[in-house]
Ligand binder design. Structure first.
Ligand code: DP6
Length: 419
């Protein structure tokens, strides 16, 4: 290792994911081992992702991390476990261009700077820890020349946050709970890539909420301790559901996919209610969105939209295709219009080209909106202004990538400090 003050860095981008068969409950709190398998859809990182730059330099005197521009502590056991695991797998680095040589052994002595940024508001209550820990592990693996595949890396990200292990892949992903005590077989595997079922359109309703929510970590701990339904779900329900969901994904069977996704979300929230004291993640707006989708699906005879809710009131709606998504958005905007001073382009973000298809370009506002009769006839007229903060339109997306464009790095290449 040369003694000069070089800074060597890597920037990567990692997606977030939404579970369609939920992870809820650990059998080992330290290693983060779940009580059941889970399955997720990776969301398009163009709309929801974490970007992380990791740097190493002999000039750094300690490990430091900045999250969304603010320095945070790395002393927590979850960060420490990830850093330890990845360091122990570090390889030799020989960057001839920059004249930097780092030996396997050097990594134990060298310190890291980490800067991470989410392209969506952390306050929105969307799973930022999943993308965050996946990006931390993926970028460090690239920096340290770790020779392990994505599944092995997922077992490290898992120790940061369980759901993070599923963000190591694009498309449709299964987290296998594993059976070993050391957790080495509790890994994520890809079921199908993002191109396999690219008709799907995902609309997330970021639901306004005043209430301070119970974190997933403590919520699931309380459920494991008190809910009998959780035991039944983990042992009897999920194993069959996982097989059915794998089949539904393989065959692009939207009817089964919807039935399984909605039922599993509802059972997860039933487990929360079965917890003592009960945990309420959904609110009245969440329930109204469920009714809207259920009634629409019923009136169509065959499912058009699946819904799923994590540990908060936000609705993740998966439409069978673009045409259905356009109708869904029209209905959502009709029933949950923006406050009068809000511009539609900031109310529907992500892939907002869908606004044009919904007949909602510059000229027209939601005032003139008539929801499709399929929805209107069944829901009645309601006006829920302000209940939804905004919508994000997205789709299934790809897994982690390295960003080679140095201008996108979050750390200064000279100092290794945030730009
Ligand atoms: C409801 O992964 O956030 O989103 O492992 O304690 O960090 P920890 O919990 P976390 O839990 C996610 C729970 C969920 C369901 C899911 O993503 O499968």
């Amino acid at each position: 290792m040369a003694s000069e003050k070089w800074v060597f860095m890597v920037t990567a981008q990692t997606p977030t994911n939404i579970a369609v068969i939920k992870y809820w409950g650990k059998r080992d709190e330290v290693r983060i081992l779940p009580v059941n398998d889970s399955i997720s859809v990776t969301l398009d990182p163009d709309h929801l992702c974490t970007v992380t730059t990791v740097a190493v330099s002999p000039a750094f005197d300690r490990d430091r991390m900045w999250l969304n521009g603010k320095e945070i502590s790395l002393s927590g056991s979850r960060y420490q476990n990830c850093l330890r695991e990845i360091r122990s797998r570090a390889g030799d680095v020989d960057d001839k261009e920059k004249g930097i040589k780092i030996g396997k052994k050097d990594w134990e002595k060298l310190h890291l700077h980490i800067a991470s940024h989410n392209n969506f508001p952390t306050a929105a209550g969307l799973a930022s820890s999943a993308a965050g820990f996946a990006c931390l592990v993926f970028s460090l693996a690239k920096l340290m020349n770790v020779d392990e595949d994505a599944s092995h890396l997922s077992a490290i990200a898992r120790q940061g946050s369980g759901s993070a292990c599923r963000s190591l892949f694009g498309g449709f992903v299964k987290w296998e709970m594993g059976s070993k005590d050391d957790g080495s077989d509790s890994v994520a595997v890809q079921l199908a890539d993002e191109k396999h079922w690219d008709d799907l359109v995902i609309i997330i309703a970021v639901v306004s909420s005043q209430q301070k929510e119970t974190s997933s970590t403590s919520g699931m701990r309380e459920s494991v301790g008190t809910s009998l339904l959780l035991q039944h779900r983990a042992k009897k329900v999920v194993p069959k559901r996982i097989l059915q969901m794998e089949e539904a994904i393989k065959n692009r069977d939207f009817a089964s996919f919807t039935q399984l996704t909605c039922t599993d979300s509802n059972q997860f929230h039933a487990v929360c209610l079965d917890t003592s004291p009960p945990i309420f993640y959904m609110n009245d707006t969440s329930h109204r969105i469920i009714s809207l989708v259920e009634k629409w699906n019923r009136s169509e005879g065959t499912p058009q939209v699946a819904y799923t809710f994590d540990a908060g009131p936000n609705a993740v709606l998966i439409a069978r295709n673009r045409k259905v998504a356009v109708q869904l958005l029209q209905g959502l905007l009709y029933y949950f219009p923006p406050k009068s001073d809000t511009d539609l382009k900031s109310y529907v973000v992500g892939d907002n080209s869908i606004l044009k298809e919904a007949g909602l370009d510059e000229a027209s506002g939601v005032e003139n909106l008539q929801p499709p009769p399929e929805i209107k006839d069944n829901i009645g007229t309601q006006d829920q202004k302000g209940e939804v903060s905004y919508f994000i339109c997205t789709r299934p997306g790809k897994g982690p990538i390295v960003i080679h464009d140095q201008t996108q790095a979050l750390l200064d290449p000279e100092t290794g400090l945030p730009k």
